[in-house]
Each structure stands twice: as C-alpha cells, then as structure tokens.
Design a protein around this ligand. Structure first.
Ligand SMILES: Cc1cc2nc3c(=O)[nH]c(=O)nc-3n(C[C@H](O)[C@H](O)[C@H](O)COP(=O)(O)O)c2cc1C
Length: 202
C-alpha cells in the first residue's frame, strides 16, 4: 500500500459523521500501513468547479494544436485523475443529500471519469483503466438506507458502486453512519460505523 486517497465532501466540519468515520478509516490505515502516504482531497476546502465549455472541449479534442491551447483547462482534471491513479485505496466520504451525493462530489467524479485516462471505449463497450485498487464508501444519512422501506431511495451507494465499477474499481466496501436524524438511532449511528471500520477488509 503506497498511497491512500481520502475524498471528503461534507461541509459540516467536526460535526460531520462521514468525516468522523473517514478519520477512523484514515487512522486505521496509517497504523496498518505506516509507510503509506495518505492524501486528503477535501472538496469543501478546495472547491472543484463544474465542467465548463473549455474543459469539455479540452477533454474531447483530437486536434493536437487545439489540445495544446486548451491544456490549462485540464490542469485540475489531470491532477485529480493522476492522484486517483497513483492511489491503491480510495476512500470516499459522502453525506446523503436529497437521496444522492453532494454536487461537489459529483463534480470530482466528472473530472476523474476520463476517456483515455480512467476508462477506454472498447469494442461495443467500455474498459475501466483504474485496475487493482480497492475503495471504501463512508456514507452518512439522516435516515436508514442499508435495509428497510427507504432502501430503494438510496442513490448514493448504488451510484458510487456503479461509477467506480465503470472505471475499473470493483472491490468496494461500505461503512455507514445512518439514522443521524432519527433521535432513537442517532446516538448509535457513528459508533456503529466505527465498529464497521474495524471489520473492513483493507
Ligand atoms: C441539504 C441536506 C439534504 C439532506 N438530505 C437527506 C436525505 O435525502 N436523506 C437523508 O436520510 N438525510 C438527508 N440529510 C441528512 C444528512 O444526510 C445527515 O445529516 C448526515 O449526517 C450528513 O452527513 P455528514 O454528517 O457527514 O455531514 C440531508 C442533510 C442536508 C444538509
């Protein structure tokens, strides 16, 4: 294990359950792999812009002259993509917002899911290029989504697993702090997540 990448997306600072749990994952990994570097990509502290016209044009062009003119537009996307490719383990910490991920995290995904870098069109399908890596999803939600009547409302875990699978990351585990907004469950949400961190196969 050479590099671990932790992507943070909750703006709630020390009150954030996903940050607290991701911190536990980070602490466990540092103890387990003392030689590994832990890179934190904090999407709240360092905002990642949404894709704009110049970035899309730079991503799409096949004209080397135009690519050269537009290369500054891809600076951040290249940096984020290389950071991901250089990591052996990806930890994504995400709150559930309106049954999905925050747009800051979606913006990061839009920058790193790159044809020719993290996936290739192959015949009639696609081939993920981010091979041999593991991912841990650290998810916090007001309600309960791992089971029960609200499970189908969760677009966070299914989407993250789908998009990670698309770029080649199939070894994905999830830990949750759920029920954060349900008074009878809230006090157990983070401790239950912390117990789950101890059992992760990482
Ligand atoms: C804008 C916003 C939207 C939210 N939407 C949902 C939701 O759709 N379902 C849910 O169960 N909880 C929802 N919540 C509650 C959060 O998921 C919960 O507070 C969680 O702990 C947030 O993660 P964090 O503690 O890491 O910030 C929402 C909270 C905010 C601020």
């Amino acid at each position: 294990m050479k590099q671990i990448l932790i992507v943070q997306s909750s703006p709630r600072g020390s009150e954030s359950a996903s940050r607290t749990l991701a911190g536990k994952v980070g602490a466990r990994l540092k103890a387990q792999y003392p030689g590994a570097s832990v890179v934190e990509r904090d999407l709240v502290r360092d905002k990642v812009p949404h894709l704009d016209e110049a970035i899309l044009r730079a991503m799409a062009t096949r004209d080397p002259v135009e690519a050269e003119t537009l290369k500054d537009a891809l600076y951040l996307s290249d940096q984020l993509t290389e950071e991901l490719l250089a990591s052996d383990l990806l930890v994504i910490a995400s709150p559930m917002w309106n049954f999905g991920i925050p747009s800051s995290l979606k913006a990061w995904i839009d920058h790193v899911v790159r044809a020719g870098k993290t996936f290739n069109y192959a015949g009639a399908g696609v081939e993920g290029l981010v091979k041999g890596k593991k991912a841990v999803l650290v998810l916090a939600s007001g309600g309960v989504f791992s089971e029960g009547p609200w499970k189908p409302w969760d677009t966070v875990e299914p989407y993250l697993r789908q998009i990670l699978g698309f770029i080649g990351i199939d070894d994905v585990q999830t830990v949750r702090a759920e029920g954060m907004n349900i008074p009878s469950l809230a006090i157990y949400a983070v401790p239950n997540g912390e117990k789950a961190v101890e059992t992760l196969a990482i």
